[in-house]
Design a protein around this ligand. Structure first.
Ligand SMILES: CC(C)(COP(=O)(O)OP(=O)(O)OC[C@H]1O[C@@H](n2cnc3c(N)ncnc32)[C@H](O)[C@@H]1OP(=O)(O)O)[C@@H](O)C(=O)NCCC(=O)NCCS
Length: 176
């Protein structure tokens, strides 16, 4: 079967570890630089970080990568579990980024589903925040089952521009 021209090809998912730190850093910085309005973190902060800092992040958080054609890191997304005892039932979904040329082919959906699956064994609910104007991400999360529970006005300031963030949650045990 021939592939259509705009099809990025098959991809696989796996959890990233220390050995993936260089590829992860490259993709993470690409995301922060190309889409600054969609992340709370900033390129200027993370571009100064050492490789060891990214290695530590991949050890302390659950970060999944999508690999196109088996070896090129094409998309990433993470789950952070709060360490404070009273917050340990909550996982934070963060750092979703898919290379522009691979978008709209299900990579983001696969990453979110995988992270929700991982969260199931660890936390009771998953939260995230997304810039209100980021229609692609908002639709992605709604399709994955997240529901809006709040709106934080002027949550981010990017240059002179303020951005509102939609706060979303997914209950994993039907409790809320
Ligand atoms: C948001 C993002 C991760 C989505 O990744 P993706 O691989 O394109 O997502 P998918 O192909 O799985 O799309 C899933 C659904 O999301 C929605 N969606 C994705 N891109 C969209 C767009 N440009 N416009 C509207 N809806 C969109 C659609 O409902 C889509 O389902 P469909 O293709 O069947 O219509 C990607 O656009 C991205 O990296 N954006 C820049 C970084 C970012 O915004 N990160 C999120 C921070 S909270």
């Amino acid at each position: 079967m021939t592939k259509s021209k705009d099809e990025p090809g098959p991809f696989g998912l796996r959890r990233l570890g220390r050995a993936d730190a260089a590829a992860y850093r490259d993709l993470r910085l690409k995301g922060l630089q190309s889409n600054p309005e969609t992340f709370a973190a900033s390129f200027d902060d993370e571009a100064t970080r050492s490789l060891a800092w990214f290695e530590e992040r991949l050890q302390s958080r659950i970060v999944y990568g999508a690999f196109l054609g088996g070896d090129a890191l094409t998309g990433v997304g993470g789950l952070r579990v709060e360490s404070a005892a009273k917050l340990a039932h909550i996982g934070i979904l963060w750092g979703m980024f898919v290379k522009p040329e691979a978008r709209r082919h299900g990579v983001g959906t696969a990453l979110v589903r995988r992270l929700i699956h991982e969260a199931g064994g660890v936390v009771e609910q998953v939260h995230l925040s997304v810039v209100a104007s980021n229609e692609a991400a908002v639709q992605l999360y709604i399709a994955a089952g997240f529901k809006q529970y709040g709106l934080e006005r002027r949550a981010l300031k990017v240059g002179d521009q303020y951005c509102d963030e939609i706060l979303m949650a997914l209950s994993l045990n039907g409790a809320c």
